[in-house]
Design a binder for this molecule. Structure first.
Ligand SMILES: *Cc1c(COP(=O)(O)O)cnc(C)c1O
Length: 426
């Protein structure tokens, strides 16, 4: 089954019922598990037997969704978390401690930027940012012997830049560290970063994986490919005193990183997903491949229509030939660049807000990657504390509208945009 297509994996991987068992993944809404002997439970605590101990660490419903996501990305193991933020935190903290530093692309999600630049800094972990104009020498100069990883997003939210995954993997590996890629916007339907050399993938499952704006969640997936025995990662190779001296690389081989994340960090931080939520996520993932196809098809048509409209000053969508990242998009995202399109409305802030308020079907929400078309005006919401000049410096002009194109009929989406554009002149 290893070579099946992603369209099949979203449905067939994960839960695999045996004779007479329920067809659909059962919800094991139980915090705890029962055993016939304390000896077996002892083996569970020693990590020498397989099974569940306590739902903070693992749960049978959640485990099936983890297996599905690992299969979809092509990894050896996955861990679901209570949010995408928890996934980013634990993916980094699993291999970085106070006094260490990490290297990250500067075009990343605002929540991740805060986590890295402010909160992780308070934990003693420094982030060194790669800006788009940096030379190869300047990038190399960011690394030293305390650098633990490189981080980037396949399609950055909200800048929509496309990560050159092969170049970032080469940079990371040349410095003996892994590449972690946040694959939230692309999903494994559009891009599987492990195929281009990434070592760890993270997700906010809140976005397209759920796709129906119903469950907040996150995930970390381990490719199993990184060699942790290079002298830089004693926390994975030397005895873990908080876990009766287990050596993760010795006992768990390729799954060392993801096992440590679960038995050490999930045990201690407890950012655990809820089994009912993971049941909903699992159901919604089943339609991911068809949804992504439609999101991409609709978003490209919206981007082309906007680019041809004289009331629009600019359009940012990587599949447009005019886009600076078009070549990268063709290489890494041959099926499309998701449903998110950003654009500027002539007339600035006032025209942008009038356009949005005039939309009849597309909803104003603080969310993206939903099956329903939605819009956000960052300048008056998520970034409203900034002045107009600060907004321009941050690449988020006062005219910027971010549209998350849904999977409704394209004619209805375009009709809604056209009638709203008609309102801004009047
Ligand atoms: C939304 C988002 C996150 C954070 O995920 P939550 O589930 O909201 O905690 C992280 N990365 C990207 C790219 C996102 O879009």
């Amino acid at each position: 089954m290893a070579n099946t297509h992603i369209e099949t994996k979203v449905l067939q991987e994960g839960y695999k019922p045996e004779n007479g068992q329920p067809r659909i993944l059962p919800i094991y809404q139980s915090t705890t598990y029962q055993y016939e002997s304390s000896e077996f439970l002892g083996q569970l605590f020693d990590l020498t037997a397989d099974g569940h101990m306590y739902t903070r660490i693992s749960n049978p419903t959640t485990a099936c969704v983890e297996q599905k996501l690992a299969a979809m990305e092509g990894g050896v193991g996955a861990m679901l978390t209570s949010s995408g933020q928890a996934a980013s935190l634990m993916a980094v903290f699993n291999i970085a401690s106070a006094g260490d530093n990490i290297v990250s692309s500067s075009t990343i999600y605002g929540g991740t930027l805060n986590l890295f630049a402010v909160t992780m800094k308070r934990m003693g972990i420094e982030t060194r940012f790669i800006t788009p104009e940096m030379s190869a020498e300047e990038m190399d100069a960011l690394f030293d012997d305390r650098t633990r990883l490189v981080f980037g997003e396949t399609i950055a939210n909200p800048a929509l830049t496309v990560l050159d995954i092969e170049a970032y993997a080469e940079l990371a590996h040349r410095h003996g560290v892994p590449l972690i890629v946040d694959n939230t916007f692309a999903t494994p339907v559009l891009c599987r970063p492990f195929e281009f050399g990434a070592d760890i993938v993270t997700h906010s499952t809140t976005k397209y994986l759920d796709g129906h704006a119903s469950v907040v969640g996150g995930c970390i997936i381990d490719s199993g490919n990184f060699n942790w025995n290079n002298g830089k990662y004693p926390e994975l190779c030397e005895p873990d005193e908080s876990y009766h001296g287990v050596r993760y690389t010795e006992q768990f081989g390729k799954a060392a990183y993801i096992t440590k994340a679960r038995v050490q960090l999930m045990r201690d931080f407890g950012c655990t997903p809820n089994p009912i939520g993971m049941f909903l996520l699992n159901n919604n993932i089943e339609s991911l491949a068809v949804r992504m196809d439609r999101h991409c098809e609709n978003a490209l048509k919206v981007a082309q229509m906007l680019e041809a409209d004289e009331r629009i000053s600019w359009v940012n969508y990587p599949m447009l030939p005019s886009n600076p990242d078009h070549a990268l998009a063709k290489k890494y995202l041959p099926k499309g660049a998701s449903g998110v399109v950003s654009f500027g409305v002539k007339g600035g802030r006032e025209a942008a807000t009038r356009f949005m308020d005039s939309l009849k079907m597309a909803a104003i929400v603080v969310h993206v990657a939903d099956a329903r078309t939605s819009v956000l005006h960052p300048a008056s919401t998520t970034h409203r504390q900034l002045t107009d000049q600060q907004l321009v410096d941050a690449g988020i002009g006062p005219d910027l509208v971010r549209m998350s194109v849904g999977i409704e009929h394209i004619d209805d989406i375009i009709a809604d945009i056209k009638q709203a554009l008609d309102q801004i002149g009047g």
